[in-house]
Each structure stands twice: as C-alpha cells, then as structure tokens.
Design a protein around this ligand. Structure first.
Ligand code: ADP
Length: 381
C-alpha cells in the first residue's frame, strides 16, 4: 500500500463538482489532496496523519458533525487538525449563525464562503498546512523529550541499583577492615613511634568515616527500595515519638527543650517519617548555638488539601540562599566544624516527595531555621 502523505488535504464535498475542482486547483499548486466521497471514509482516513480537511457545509448533517467531532476531539495533545468548511454564499441568517456555532465540536474550524476563488483556496490550504507542520514539529519534539526522559529514568534506576548494591555490599568488607586494623593497631600500638601512631589513628578515622557514609548511603537507597509506604493514621505522632526514643541520649545531653504543638492525624508511613523527624531533630541538636539552650518547636497547619508540618530551632541557621542546595546529596554548609555526611536532608526530601509532599526551609544566620514539609490529606472515602 502506498504511504499516505502526512500533509495531504482530505476533501469531502460530495455534491456537485466542488470536490474534484478543489483537488485540481490544489494539485496545480503542488498540494497533495485526496477526495473522500463519504463521511465514514473521511473518518477512516483521519486515522492516519493528514494536513487538513476541506469539507462542504451541506455534507455536514448533525450526525456527521458528531462523528467527526468525536474523532477530532480525541486527537493527541499536540494535534489540532485544521478543518476548512466551505459555506454557502449570502448574508448570515439566524439559521446560518446557529449552523456555524454547531460546528464548534470540530475544533480548529476555518469558514470559507463560496464561490471560492482559486487564490483563496490555495492560500487557506497553505496557511492550514503551515500550522499543521508546526504541530508535527511539536509532536517530534515531544517524542524526543519522552525518549530522553525514558532513557534518563532507566539510567537513574541503574544508578540507584548501583548505589544500593555498592553501599550494601561494601559494608561487610569494610567491617572486616575495621576489625582487623583495630586488632593490628591495638596489638602493635605500644611498639609504634609517635608518627606511625598518628598514621594509625588516621586509618581508624578513615574507616569510621567510610562506615558512616556507607550506612547513610544505604539509608538513602532504602527509601526507594522499601516496599510501597504502609500507611497508619497516627503515623506522624508515632513517628515523632519513635525519633525521640532514638535521640533520647543526645536530647538529654544537650539539655534541649522540645515542644510539640500538635501533629495532624494523616495516613503515612511511620517508619519513613520517623527518619524525617530523626534527621530534622538531630540537625537541630547538632547545629545549635554553643551559648544557647536548644529550643525546638513542632507545629502544623492545614493548607488546602495537605498538612504543613514545621520544625523550628534556635540554632546557628544559615543564609537563605543555601536553602535549596542543602537538600542535595552530600551538600554541607558547615563542613569542618560539625560531623556529618550531607545525606540526612536528601533522605528527608526523598521520603516527603515520595509520599506526595514538599520540603523546604527558612533560615537566618544566628537566628535559627524552620524546616517545613507537607503531607497530603487522605482522600475521604
Ligand atoms: P549533615 O548534617 O550530615 O551534614 P544534612 O543533609 O542533614 O547533612 O544537612 C545538610 C547541611 O545543611 C548540613 O551540613 C548543614 O550545613 C545544614 N543544616 C541542616 N540542618 C540545619 C539546621 N537545623 N541548622 C543549620 N544548618 C543546618
């Protein structure tokens, strides 16, 4: 079967000689066209690409308008096929006005009054084809974007798998390195000169740091690898309590006061949100001002169809221009002064976004920070 040109103009003008004449005019202008004697035939042709449609008004009974409208309305998002309707000569009457309004379901309609001059037919067809060509360009662009997106998703997935496998599988050999270096250094320490002892301490520190990094990386990868979130409706309260238990010693040592002004009952994954609270509270404790008792306040607010939770501290804060950056993997502002891996907030972001929310921060140096995150309100059943 011959391939159909995506720029062919489909003509449906079954009464008189209009159809054949227009086809001849277009052919002379170098425009490919195809005469469709019936509306079902025209509809069938529309299942392949076409540049435009020229249709005689008298051929459009209301059932035909409906059928064509259905096809034209189901076009893909990039497509808006131009439809040129040839109207009868004469001043508009109530009936013709009503008639033209009834053609609205056909979408991108251009009305041309007969008798049609050759130049008018050609220029209207060329304009329609030009618009159609632009639509094809958008289609191609969309297609390449979708392909690039799919490729990126696949690559991302591979990287996720790699990070997960690497952080998981490297733990065991590192544990061995840790145990045996400790053993060797422990046994030989007394016989080592001070320079070698210093080196031995660096080795131990390095191994410890790698262990922490791998542990946090694994936590980060697990957010994606965990089963789909299992939701319980006391989740935030329970998650918050769980994080307090985990951080109890650090809270007591720092003398921090933690006030919970109320968390909403929403459906979410407790284990994951416990990590969010743990990271945010642990940072509020870590980045505290040395001369100030740490005060941390939790609060919540209903905003549209989601809840916003805030965790406010009175710590060292930072300049607001870094507010987005710190949610990136390995991004740290206080690199040398405080221990850390730069993974905690990236984990929070992953968890919150995975459950349909957002996370952000407002901060000022010396005046503390407030981290906000949202959790969607469960749909009413
Ligand atoms: P880590 O604390 O391990 O460095 P995070 O991802 O938890 O990693 O935080 C990233 C960076 O954001 C931190 O290194 C710190 O510079 C900054 N930060 C996070 N929380 C706070 C906070 N409550 N106050 C001040 N700075 C913070």
């Amino acid at each position: 079967m011959a391939t159909r040109s995506p720029e062919r103009i489909l003509i449906h003008a079954p009464y008189g000689r209009d159809g054949a004449v227009i086809a001849q005019v277009l052919e002379r202008a170098g425009i490919v066209s195809e005469v469709c004697p019936s509306v079902p035939g025209l509809c069938e042709e529309l299942s392949s690409d076409a540049g435009a449609v020229i249709i005689a008004d008298e051929a459009l009974r209301s059932s035909n308008v409906e059928e064509l409208g259905r096809i034209l309305n189901s076009q893909e998002s990039w497509s808006d096929l131009p439809v040129i309707v040839l109207t009868a000569k004469g001043d508009p009457t109530d009936w013709t006005r009503h008639r033209f309004r009834s053609l609205k379901p056909l979408g991108n309609v251009i009305l041309l009054e007969r008798p049609l001059r050759t130049e008018t037919a050609i220029s209207a067809s060329e304009t329609a084809l030009r618009a159609r060509r632009r639509q094809y360009e958008v289609r191609n662009l969309l297609k390449s974007l979708q392909e690039a997106n799919a490729e990126l998703t696949a690559t991302n997935q591979e990287l996720e798998e790699f990070a997960y496998a690497a952080s998981h599988d490297l733990q065991e050999p590192l544990r061995m390195v840790n145990i045996y270096t400790q053993m060797i250094i422990g046994q030989a320490m007394s016989g080592l000169d001070s320079e070698t002892r210093k080196c031995a301490t660096f080795v131990q520190r390095g191994v410890k740091r790698m262990e922490t990094l791998l542990h946090d990386l694994l936590r980060f990868s697990r957010v994606v690898h965990s089963e789909s979130p299992c939701a319980t409706d006391q989740c935030l309260d329970d998650a918050f309590r769980e994080s307090l238990t985990i951080l109890r010693t650090r809270i007591e040592e720092s003398g921090a006061s933690i006030t919970n002004r109320g968390l909403p009952r929403v459906l979410c994954d407790q284990a994951q949100f416990s990590q969010v609270f743990e990271n945010l509270l642990s940072n509020a404790l870590k980045y505290r001002k040395a001369d100030r008792q740490p005060r941390i306040v939790l609060f919540s607010e209903k905003r549209g169809n989601h809840w916003m939770i805030g965790v406010k501290d009175n710590g060292i804060g930072f300049e607001q221009k870094y507010a987005e950056k710190i949610f990136g993997l390995f991004k740290r502002l206080h690199r040398d002064e405080y221990p850390g891996t730069g993974i905690g907030l990236a984990i929070c972001k992953r968890i919150v976004e995975r459950q349909g929310g957002k996370i952000w921060v407002e901060s000022e140096p010396d005046r503390g920070s407030t981290f906000y995150f949202t959790v969607p309100e469960p749909e009413a059943h």
